[in-house]
Design a protein around this ligand. Structure first.
Ligand SMILES: NC(=O)C1=CN([C@@H]2O[C@H](COP(=O)(O)OP(=O)(O)OC[C@H]3O[C@@H](n4cnc5c(N)ncnc54)[C@H](OP(=O)(O)O)[C@@H]3O)[C@@H](O)[C@H]2O)[C@@H](O)CC1
Ligand SMILES: Nc1ncnc2c1ncn2[C@@H]1O[C@H](COP(=O)(O)OP(=O)(O)O)[C@@H](O)[C@H]1O
Ligand SMILES: [K+]
Length: 504
């Protein structure tokens, strides 16, 4: 699914209106019918409804929904905020239709003073103040109204967007002045702001309603942001040649695990095998020898000259991909060896965890990273490398510009992991769940992406398939075990089922 900007949404609307063809007001009617259906599916017509409509098309939707709910027998109270004496054309038409229908008995057009109604626990508020057209944070009377709604015990359904949430850049927003919806019914496509964890309290549950915006126009519109879908993943899975042998199924090298963090190396190595690598060699401090051999007998263990840390860059001639960083440590000798290793490697690289922390401590080195490197930071690791960000939008923007500048692949991990490509595009991953918020989950991802690179997937494909597969394995594990008890090893155990599902 593409994520469009507000300007693109307006263009797509216009194209649909001109080419379907459908009148603008009929498109609003269609959207409102979908919104009404979603509301009536969850709340019976015993529920008292209070609708707050703004002056734009979001308000137009809200007025049409008010009429439809009233026709379906809901006791509906409606406030239309028209404080600058200007309504959008379709909003004005829906105001006239609402008055004409005579079903809504309690309709107030607010032009100056507003005496807010009592919002009780059983009441449903429909928030149609502002949607995708919001271009600045809410202030004044609207801010007070939002605070009033948020402070009430009523349930809130937001049309398209929680009012006050700007669809893209929320840097200057005032969080207190954004509606906290229980349910957001967004039209056609998700908005960028929905991808960010700090906006979840505003969105509540999210439903995307299909309002039949022109598919042809959406296909032809170039979007910077895309959310992965299963049908984009299935074609990526390479078929196994019946004559395959371990020598042509990819030889992965992992450099991981210092003293006390051997488990990170074990998790990455197991995940690397489960993701289909023909051979995995793990380079690790001598101390880890026995535990590696016992835990993953399939792997070749290559021992560093040091007992407890990685200090010795290795030749990558014989390997198809390198994954470096899980549990690596950040001592001086390890840092020096890491940089030497990154310079010396002549295969595709995934750098994670301590490899990124080391770079964060020595930022000058970041400029010298080999082109095409994949980095998989969680937000803290990313901030160590790039400085603190005020919010997720700023962090994502920095990741986009860094990926372009370095010609690198930055996979910013989170609930929606964001893969930032060297050409400026961003791909969000929808799989995965909160059960994966457990130590070692990231090490598993490193192992998976390293395996896919070794198998011959290009960087972008390895990241896309890798993060989707990782999240899907986590989802299958959570389905069986529940989120509370999930451990990183369970994600590994479910990689086979995830692969099977995607290969069906
Ligand atoms: N394809 C689709 O998705 C479809 C979308 N549809 C619906 O249209 C909605 C988008 O409608 P929209 O473009 O009219 O914008 P909307 O959100 O109503 O706000 C604009 C008004 O708000 C004002 N305003 C802005 N910021 C403000 C502020 N801080 N404080 C105060 N005022 C502020 C702004 O004034 P201006 O700044 O322009 O002077 C203008 O008057 C979309 O969310 C969906 O619900 C469906 O009907 C059909 C298909
Ligand atoms: N709430 C969540 N929803 C979806 N995925 C999650 C969630 N929490 C964690 N994950 C995934 O788990 C992994 C955690 O990685 P990371 O923070 O590096 O863990 P560690 O350093 O412990 O290995 C990431 O791939 C992330 O996307
Ligand atoms: K809204």
């Amino acid at each position: 699914m593409k994520i469009f900007t507000s300007a693109q949404i307006r263009e797509l609307d216009k194209y649909t209106i001109d080419n379907e063809p459908v009148k603008s007001i009929d498109l609003m009617e269609r959207a409102s019918r979908a919104i009404t259906r979603a509301i009536t599916e969850e709340w019976s017509n015993e529920t008292p409804v209070v609708v707050f409509a703004g002056p734009g098309n979001n308000g137009g939707d809200a007025l049409a929904v008010s009429r439809m709910l009233a026709e379906a027998g809901y006791k509906t109270t409606v406030y239309l905020f028209n404080i600058s004496s200007h309504l959008s054309e379709d909003c004005a038409t829906n105001k006239a239709r609402l008055i004409e229908s005579k079903k809504v008995r309690d309709f107030t057009e607010v032009t100056l003073e507003f005496d807010p109604p009592k919002l009780e626990a059983g009441t449903l508020v429909v928030d149609g103040l502002f949607g995708a057209g919001l271009n600045k944070p809410l202030a004044g009377g609207f801010a007070s109204l939002v605070k009033y709604i948020n402070a009430s015990p009523a349930k809130v359904v937001s049309i398209d967007m929680p009012s006050g949430l700007i669809p893209e850049d929320n840097t200057y927003n005032v969080r207190a002045n954004i509606i906290r919806a229980d349910l957001t019914l967004t039209l056609q496509n998700k908005k960028l702001a929905f991808m960010f964890p700090e906006n979840q309290p505003f969105i509540g549950r999210l439903k995307v309603l299909d309002i039949r915006i022109s598919q042809e126009a959406m296909d032809a519109t170039e979007a910077q942001y895309t959310i992965l879908e299963e049908n984009m993943i299935r074609p990526l899975i390479k078929k196994r040649n019946p004559f395959a042998h371990k020598g042509n199924m990819g030889h992965a090298l992992l450099i991981a695990g210092n003293y006390g963090m051997g488990g990170a190396a074990i998790l990455a190595t197991k995940a690397c095998f489960r993701a289909g690598a023909g051979k995995v060699t793990v380079h690790t401090p001598r101390y880890n020898n026995v535990m590696m051999q016992i835990s993953v007998p399939e792997a070749v263990v290559q021992l560093d000259k040091e007992e407890t840390a990685f200090t010795e860059p290795v030749d990558t001639e014989d390997f198809d991909a390198l994954g470096i960083g899980p549990g690596l440590g950040q001592s001086e000798p390890t840092s020096i060896a890491l940089i030497a290793q990154l310079r010396r490697a002549n295969c595709p690289i995934v750098a994670d965890a301590d490899a990124l922390n080391i770079l964060g401590n020595r930022r000058a080195w970041i400029q010298q990273l080999p082109k095409g490197i994949i980095m998989t930071p969680h937000p803290k690791e990313f901030d160590r490398m790039n400085g603190n960000s005020a919010d997720s939008y700023e962090r994502l923007s920095k990741a986009v510009s860094t990926a372009k500048h370095l010609q690198a692949y930055i996979l910013l991990k989170g609930h929606y992991s964001a893969l930032c490509l060297p050409d400026g595009h961003v791909i969000f991953n929808p799989t995965g769940n909160a059960g994966m918020a457990t130590a070692g989950s990231g090490d598993v991802l490193t192992g998976i992406i390293t395996a896919l690179l070794a198998r011959g997937y290009k960087q972008a494909e390895a990241c896309i398939l890798g993060m989707y597969l990782h999240g899907l394995a986590g989802d299958l594990a959570a389905k069986k075990l529940g989120m509370e008890s999930l451990m990183a090893g369970d994600i590994i155990e479910h990689i086979p089922a995830a692969f099977n599902y995607l290969s069906e």
